[in-house]
Design a protein around this ligand. Sequence first.
Ligand code: SF4
Length: 340
Amino acid sequence: MSSRNITSVQDAQPPSSNNPASGDPLLDIRDLRVVYLTTRGPVKAVDGVSLAIRPGEVIGLAGESGSGKSTIAHAILRILHPPALITGGHALFSGRDIMKMDDTELGQFRWSEISIVFQSAMNALNPVMKIRDQLLDVMQCHGLSKSVANERAVHLFDLVGIDPQRLEAYPHQLSGGMRQRAVIAIALALNPDMLIMDEPTTALDVVVQKDILQQIASLREKLGFSILFITHDLSLLVEISTRIAIMYAGEIVEKSPARELFEHPLHPYTLGLMNSFPSITGSKHKLTGIPGSPPDLVDPPAGCRFHPRCPKVMAICSQVAPSTRLISPDHSVSCHLFSQ
Ligand code: SF4
C-alpha cells in the first residue's frame, strides 16, 4: 500500500525523496516484452524495454504512433486485454513486481499508487455520470467515506483550477480543457506516487495544451508524484521532463537527460524526430521529417530496426542489432555509429 494513503481531505506532503536526481527507482521496468497475437503471427509491440523512474522524476517517452509507448503504459497497469499478451519482463514498483500481483493487490495498487490520464477525456469519462459521481466512485472503491470523498472532490477541483460547482456537470457540459482537468483530478483522487500521462494534451488546442502542461508541472511540484509522460511530440517534453527515452519499433533506442538530448541528440531516429517539429523561437529551417514508415512488427527488419529508414545506414546495420552503449552517466544509445 502507498505510504501516502488518504487520511484527510488535504493531500499528504510530497515524499522526502522528491529529488529527481537521487534515490532508488520508484518504478523499475526490466526487459518488458508484450506481443499482440494475430493470424499473421505475434506483433512484437514491446521488445525488451528497460526503464527506471526515480521518485519525483518526470520521464518523457517519445516515438511515432505504433512504437509501443501506450502498450508499455497499459502493461505497467496490467490493463492490457487479449490479443495482447505480456510475454516477459518485470515492473518493480517500490520493489514489488507488478507482473506478479494478484487481482486483489492490483485493485488496491491501481489508482492509489499509480494512476493514468488517457489521451481522450471524453472516452475516459462515463458520459451518463456526473463528474462528482465518477470522482466519488474511485475514492469510495478505495475505502473513503462518502463525506470525506465529497470534501476531497471539492479540494481536487480547486487543485486543478475548476470551479467546484462544475462537479455537478456531465462530461459533455464541460469544455475539452476542463474535461482533461477533471480526468487529472480523478487520477489524483488517491494521491498516487506516480501518474502515467498517455498523450494527455494531444486532443487539445495549443493554448489549452500549454495551460494543462503548466498545471501538471505545478501539481507535480506541489504533490511530488513522478510522471511517465507519453507523447509523439518530442518538442513538448523538453518543457517538462527530467529525462527522455526515445522508442522505435518496440525498443528504446536512446535515453538521456532532457536538456542533453536536445543539445546533443545522438541516434539518427532522435535527430529525425527533432527535425520533424518546427521551432517557435529558433531560426527557420526546412522540416525534413523521417522518410518511410515504421516496420511491420510481425517480422521486424534484421539488425537495427531503423536501418531501412536511416540516413546514416552502414553495411553492418542490416546484419547485427546494435548494443546499448553508455555515452555519459545518464545518456545511452543503441546505434553502431557509437559502438566503438
Ligand atoms: Fe542508423 Fe545503423 Fe545507427 Fe541503426 S545502427 S540508427 S541503421 S547508423
